[in-house]
Design a protein around this ligand. Structure first.
Ligand SMILES: NC(=O)c1ccc[n+]([C@@H]2O[C@H](COP(=O)([O-])OP(=O)(O)OC[C@H]3O[C@@H](n4cnc5c(N)ncnc54)[C@H](OP(=O)(O)O)[C@@H]3O)[C@@H](O)[C@H]2O)c1
Length: 260
């Protein structure tokens, strides 16, 4: 079935690896224009080449940028408007972790987690959502995490950054009722990507048994299917979805003991 974003322009952050690269591949099937953002230009060029040969009518624009920096984010916004005009779909996928006890963590790493996981999606959403609402169509798809629904030991700032995404996306969803625009968050459990290495160790949720793990491809496909249905939250993979469905029934004290 043709998704509602067919023929539209779509920006994917963090498209150079992992889940973001798979999301870009998925959106490329139906979009008219894709804007791909990340720091590693060589990776973006490789992906662009692949997408252009698979979808000759698709316009692919590359914007290398460090989203932790406000001036770079403003440049991205300007380049996007120049390349495709107003965006139809914003995919806030770029994210970083930092695996360390809070008191041992280096400040610049914690600051980067907040800049990339919190300020970048907040800034880009603020720039682009208004025109989606004005045109009565479009949407924002943002990568949250299971870590945004529970506490994660030795990843406090990462977990807090994803709790921010949960609050932001749930609140936006309420504000968007009746506007024609949609806000969806994807909250994966463990997905084998480059995330662990970049974080300096493991995402806290990787303590879960392997049955809850999904590939980046599967994660992206579930995200696209949920976004197509205009779902509020997507939990990729059936076993993990069932687990997260039970979460509201578990008292916080029990969750705290589990996280320890
Ligand atoms: N993997 C998991 O188990 C898991 C679980 C739950 C949620 N998530 C979330 O899923 C999202 C994608 O993660 P992933 O697993 O696919 O990790 P990944 O393979 O490490 O990909 C992260 C992406 O973010 C980009 N990025 C990082 N810092 C950036 C910066 N300063 N400026 C611009 N782009 C930046 C990276 O590109 P460059 O390095 O080229 O800049 C890369 O494309 C993240 O938001 C993560 O929190 C992942």
């Amino acid at each position: 079935m043709t998704p509602w974003w067919a023929g539209q322009s779509i920006l994917v952050t963090g498209a150079s690896s992992g889940i973001g690269r798979e999301l870009a591949r998925g959106f490329a099937r139906d979009a008219s224009a894709l804007v791909l953002v990340a720091r590693r230009m060589d990776r973006l060029e490789e992906l662009a080449q692949e997408l252009r040969s698979a979808h000759p009518e698709l316009a692919v624009h590359l914007v290398p940028a460090d989203l932790s920096r406000q001036e770079e984010r403003s440049r991205v916004v300007a380049e996007v408007r120049e390349a495709v005009g107003e965006l139809d779909v914003l995919v806030n996928n770029a994210g970083v972790g930092d695996q360390a006890a809070f008191t041992d963590a280096q400040w610049d790493r914690l600051e980067r987690v907040v800049d990339v996981n919190v300020l970048a999606p907040l800034h880009l959403t603020h720039e682009f959502l208004g025109s989606m609402v004005a045109r009565g169509r479009g949407g924002v798809l943002t990568m949250g995490s299971g870590a945004g629904h529970v506490a994660i030991k030795e990843a406090a700032t990462y977990s807090a950054s994803k709790h921010f995404i949960d609050g932001l996306m749930e609140s936006l969803r309420m504000e968007l009722v009746g506007t024609g625009a949609v806000a969806t968050q994807v909250c994966p459990g463990p997905v084998p990507t480059e995330f662990d290495v970049a974080a300096g160790a493991a995402d806290g949720l990787k303590g879960l048994p392997p049955v809850f793990e999904v590939s980046a491809e599967r994660c992206a496909e579930d995200a696209l299917a949920g976004f197509a249905r205009r779902q509020a939250i997507v939990y990729p993979g059936r076993p993990y979805r069932a687990l997260m469905g039970l979460l509201p029934l578990v008292p916080r004290a029990v969750l705290r003991r589990g996280a320890r």
